[in-house]
Write a new protein. Structure first.
Lengths: 256, 523
C-alpha cells in the first residue's frame, strides 16, 4: 500500500511553496510546486494529485477559480485553500465551490499533516455481504477507483474488524446470511456513532420496510442492487469529502 | 326753562310734574273763565235787580211825586229795607230836589256822590249805584237814586273762589294719586329696560333680555334693545370665536415653533451623532482596510517563518538545546504576532455569530480550562451546574471569556485571587451604569435590554481602574499595558453585543475590577 501522497502546492509566494514542499517531503509525501493558478490547473492534469493545497489570493486567476477549473477534470479532488485574510463571503463561496476547507495562514503544519494522514487512510471501505460474487465485484470497482476495500462474509466478525482498522465507510447488505442486517447496523451505530453505514439491498417490498427502519436508526443512505457505478462512487466521495472537511473545520475552529 | 329744570329729574317725577302742571293750568284756566263768566253774569243780574228795584219804586212813587207827598214817598222807600245791601235810596222830584231818602243800616251819607247825577250806573269803590228817571205818561216826573253795597256780591265771589280753589286742590290731589299709580304704565317698562341695561353694563352679561311689557314705543325700544344685545351677543360670540381661533392659532404656532426648536435640537444632535458615527465608521473602515492589508502582508511572511521554524526544528538534533530554545522563542513570537493580527481582524469585522444552544456551565468551564493560569493566581469558580442554556456563538463567547480572564491575570502580576462566577438574572428595561465606578459597554443599547440572562462575572485582584480610564475602557486602541494594541476589550464588547449580550465593568481603584457579561438565555 503506497502511503505517499501526491500534493500539488499552488502559491505565488515562492518561499511559502518551498517551505511547505520541504515539510511535505520530510514527512514522506510527494509535493509538486506551482506558482500561479494557471500553472496549477495545468499541473493537475499532468500529476493527478491526491490533494491540492492552494492560496486564494494570487495574481491572474485566483485560488477559487483555479479550483473550479481543476474540479472540471477531477470532480472529487480534495482541494484545501489557504488565505492570509479571507472574508466570510469568500470562505462561503470557496466551500460552495467544493473546497474541503479554507485554512488561515500561517498554516498549522500539524493539522495539515494530520489531514494528509487522514486522507491517506480514509480510503478503506468494508463491504459486508454474504453474496461473494457481488461483494468481489464491488471491491474490484472500488480498487479501480483508488480506494481500498475489504470484504467480509461473516457478520459476527464485522465489529472485530472495525476495531483493527480505520474504515471510511461500511457497505452493509441488509440480507447478510443468518444475521439480520438491521441488528448489525444497530451494533455498529451504538459502538461507532460517527461511522457512515451505507445499506445495500435488492429491491423488494420486504426490504423496503427494513430500509426505512435502517435509515431511521441512522444509516447514511441506501443503494439498490444492481449498483449504478456513478451513484455508488458519488456516495462514497460524499462521505469522504464530508469527513475530511469536518476534520479540518473542527480543528481550524477550535484553534481560534 | 321748564325743560331745563325738569331735565335732571326722574322720568316718573317728570311725568307727574308735567301732568300735574298741565292739569293745574287747565283747571286754573277753566276756573278763571268760569269765575269771570259768573262774575259778569252775577254783576249783570245785580244791575238788573237794582234797575228793576228802581223801576218798581219809581212807579210806586209816581203819585207821591205828583203830590209831593214826602211821607208817602218815605214809606215807599222804606220798603227797600227788606232788600239787603241797599245803603241809600233818594227820590228826587222833577226839579231835582230831594223828596225823600232812605238810609240802610250801613248807610253813610259821606260816601254819596254829588247830585244831580245823570241817569245810569255809577261805580263807587265797594258800591254800585243807579240813577233812573221816573216817567208818567212819557213825562218825567222825578228821579230815583239807589246805592247798594257789593258785600253780598263779594261774599258770593269769595265763596265761589274758595270752591274753585278747593276743587283745584282736590282735582290735583286725585290727579297726583292717579298719576302716581298710572305713571307706572309708562315708567315701569322704561325702568325695567333701564335696569336691564344697567345689569348688562355692570355684569357684561349680554344674555339678558329686556321684558317687553307693552306694544308701544317703549315695547319697541325694549325689542330694539333686545335685538341690539342679541346682535352684540352674536358679534361677541363671533369675536370670542375669532379670538379663540386666533389664540389657538397662536398656540399652534407657538407649539410648532417649540416643536421646531426641539426638532432642530434633536436633528442637530442626530447630525452630530451621525457625523461622529460617520467619522468613527470611517476610522474603523480605514482601520479595517489597513488591518486587512497589514494582516495579509504579514501573514504570508509569518507563514513562511512558521514553516521554516518547523523545518529547522525537525532538522536540529534534540541534543542542540540552544538552537531548540531559540526556535521556541521564534515560534512564540510568531504566535504572538499572529494573535495581534487576529485581534486586528476581529476588531475590524465582527463575524456574524453562528448561534447554537450551549449550556452556560459547560461553556464557562471549557474556556476556563483553556486559559493558562499562573501559579501565583488562585482561581475561584462559582458556576452552578443548574445554569440554563444560552444561545450564542460558542467560539466568539469563548473568546470573550478567555480574553477577560487573560486580561484579569495580566492586571495582577503579583498574583492574588481571581473569581469567575455566574448566575441567572433578569434584566428589565435598562442596565445603566449605576455609579461613577460602573460603566456599561454602550449606554444607548442597554435601554432596550430585557429578558432572562446568564450573568457571568470575572473579578480580578488587581489595581483596579481609575474613573478616567473607565470611560475609555471599551474604546479601540486604548490600553494601559506597555504591550498590546488595546483592542481586546473592544473586541469583547463587539462580540458580546453581536451575540445579543451586554458587557459592563465595575471597579474601585485598589480593589480590582469586575467585568460582567450578560448572555441571553435560549428560548
Amino acid at each position: 500500500m503506497d502511503s505517499k501522497l501526491k500534493v500539488l502546492i499552488v502559491d505565488d509566494d515562492p518561499h511559502m511553496v518551498k517551505t511547505i514542499s520541504d515539510i511535505l517531503k520530510m514527512e514522506g509525501h510527494e509535493p509538486y510546486s506551482t506558482y500561479s493558478g494557471e500553472e496549477g490547473v495545468e499541473e493537475v492534469k499532468e500529476v493527478i494529485p491526491d490533494c491540492v493545497l492552494m492560496d486564494i489570493k494570487m495574481p491572474g486567476i485566483d485560488g477559487i477559480k483555479s479550483m473550479v477549473m481543476m474540479k472540471e477534470f477531477f470532480p472529487h479532488l480534495p482541494v484545501v485553500l489557504m488565505s492570509a485574510y479571507s472574508t466570510e463571503e469568500e470562505s462561503k463561496e470557496a466551500k460552495l465551490q467544493g473546497a474541503c476547507s479554507v485554512l488561515t495562514k500561517p498554516i498549522d503544519i500539524r493539522l495539515l499533516l494530520a489531514f494528509l494522514t487522514l486522507l491517506r487512510r480514509e480510503k478503506n471501505i468494508l463491504i459486508v455481504d454474504n453474496d461473494i460474487l457481488s461483494s468481489s465485484r464491488l471491491k474490484d470497482l472500488l480498487l479501480s477507483r483508488d480506494y481500498q476495500a475489504d470484504t467480509e462474509v461473516n457478520p459476527d466478525k464485522v465489529l472485530n474488524i472495525m476495531e483493527k482498522k480505520y474504515e471510511l465507510a461500511v457497505l452493509l447488505d441488509l440480507n447478510v446470511g443468518d444475521a439480520d442486517g438491521l441488528e448489525i447496523l444497530r451494533d455498529i451505530r451504538s459502538r461507532y456513532p460517527t461511522k457512515p453505514v451505507v445499506l445495500t439491498a435488492g429491491y423488494s417490498e420486504e426490504t423496503d420496510r427494513a430500509i426505512k427502519t435502517g435509515l431511521k436508526i441512522g444509516a447514511y443512505s441506501c443503494l439498490y442492487k444492481p449498483f449504478d457505478t456513478r451513484t455508488l462512487l458519488r456516495t462514497i466521495e460524499g462521505i469522504r469529502y464530508e469527513k475530511l472537511s469536518s476534520f479540518l473545520e473542527g480543528a481550524h475552529l477550535s484553534r481560534g | 326753562m321748564i325743560s331745563g329744570v325738569l331735565k335732571n329729574l326722574q322720568i316718573r317725577h317728570k311725568l307727574i310734574i308735567l301732568n300735574l302742571g298741565i292739569t293745574a293750568i287747565v283747571i286754573i284756566m277753566a276756573g278763571t273763565i268760569s269765575f269771570i263768566t259768573e262774575y259778569i253774569s252775577f254783576r249783570e243780574s245785580l244791575l238788573q235787580n237794582l234797575s228793576s228795584q228802581a223801576t218798581i219804586i219809581g212807579s210806586n212813587s209816581t203819585a207821591a211825586l205828583l203830590f209831593n207827598d214826602q211821607k208817602d214817598a218815605r214809606e215807599i222807600l222804606g220798603a227797600l229795607r227788606s232788600i239787603p245791601g241797599i245803603e241809600f235810596a233818594i227820590l228826587f222830584d222833577s226839579s231835582g230836589s230831594e223828596l225823600a231818602s232812605y238810609q240802610g243800616p250801613q248807610g253813610d251819607r259821606r260816601e254819596l256822590p254829588v247830585f244831580p247825577q245823570k241817569d245810569g250806573y255809577l261805580k263807587i269803590p265797594g258800591h254800585l249805584s243807579i240813577t233812573q228817571g221816573i216817567s208818567l205818561n212819557r213825562q218825567r216826573v222825578g228821579t230815583i237814586f239807589i246805592l247798594s253795597n257789593l258785600d253780598k256780591f263779594y261774599a258770593l265771589m269769595t265763596k265761589r273762589g274758595a270752591v274753585t280753589l278747593l276743587t283745584f286742590l282736590v282735582v290735583l290731589s286725585i290727579a297726583y294719586i292717579l298719576l302716581s299709580k298710572w305713571q307706572r304704565v309708562i315708567t315701569e317698562p322704561i325702568l325695567s329696560l333701564s335696569k336691564t341695561m344697567q345689569r348688562v353694563t355692570w355684569e357684561r352679561n349680554y344674555a339678558l333680555n329686556a321684558k317687553i311689557c307693552s306694544n308701544d314705543e317703549i315695547g319697541e325700544l325694549a325689542g330694539g334693545f333686545n335685538v341690539m344685545i342679541e346682535q352684540i351677543q352674536e358679534r361677541d360670540a363671533i369675536l370670542r370665536k375669532e379670538i379663540e381661533e386666533r389664540k389657538r392659532a397662536e398656540e399652534e404656532v407657538r407649539n410648532l415653533n417649540e416643536g421646531l426648536e426641539q426638532k432642530v435640537v434633536e436633528k442637530t444632535l442626530q447630525l452630530i451623532e451621525a457625523r461622529e458615527e460617520l467619522v468613527r465608521k470611517e476610522k474603523l473602515a480605514i482601520l479595517g482596510q489597513l488591518s486587512g492589508f497589514v494582516s495579509h502582508e504579514l501573514r504570508n511572511p509569518l507563514g513562511v517563518m512558521n514553516n521554516t521554524v518547523f523545518i529547522l526544528r525537525s532538522l536540529t538534533p534534540s541534543s542542540d538545546k540552544t538552537t531548540q530554545e531559540y526556535l521556541d522563542i521564534l515560534k512564540h513570537e510568531i504566535d504572538k504576532s499572529e494573535r495581534i493580527i487576529v485581534d486586528l481582524l476581529d476588531f475590524s469585522r465582527t463575524k456574524t455569530p453562528q448561534a447554537t444552544l450551549v449550556p452556560a456551565h459547560e461553556l464557562l468551564l471549557q474556556n476556563i480550562s483553556e486559559c493558562v493560569i499562573p501559579e501565583n493566581v488562585s482561581l475561584q469558580t462559582k458556576v452552578p451546574e443548574t445554569l440554563p442554556q444560552v444561545k450564542v456563538d460558542r467560539h466568539q463567547i469563548g473568546q470573550v471569556i478567555q480574553n477577560l480572564i487573560t486580561n484579569g491575570i495580566q492586571a495582577m502580576p503579583d498574583g492574588g485571587i481571581m473569581t469567575v462566577s455566574a448566575h441567572l438574572s433578569h434584566a428589565s428595561g435598562s442596565v445603566e451604569p449605576d455609579s461613577i465606578n460602573r460603566t456599561s459597554g454602550d449606554g444607548e443599547l442597554s435601554k432596550e435590554f430585557e429578558g432572562d440572562f446568564v450573568e457571568i462575572s470575572v473579578k480580578d485582584g488587581g489595581m483596579g481602574i481609575s474613573a478616567e480610564n473607565m470611560k475609555k475602557l471599551f474604546q479601540p486602541l486604548f490600553t494601559t499595558k506597555t504591550r498590546g494594541i488595546g483592542l481586546g476589550l473592544t473586541i469583547c464588547k463587539n462580540l458580546t453585543e453581536a451575540n445579543g449580550g451586554r458587557i459592563m465593568v465595575e471597579s474601585e481603584v485598589g480593589n480590582g475590577a469586575k467585568f460582567t457579561i450578560l448572555l441571553p438565555v435560549a428560548g
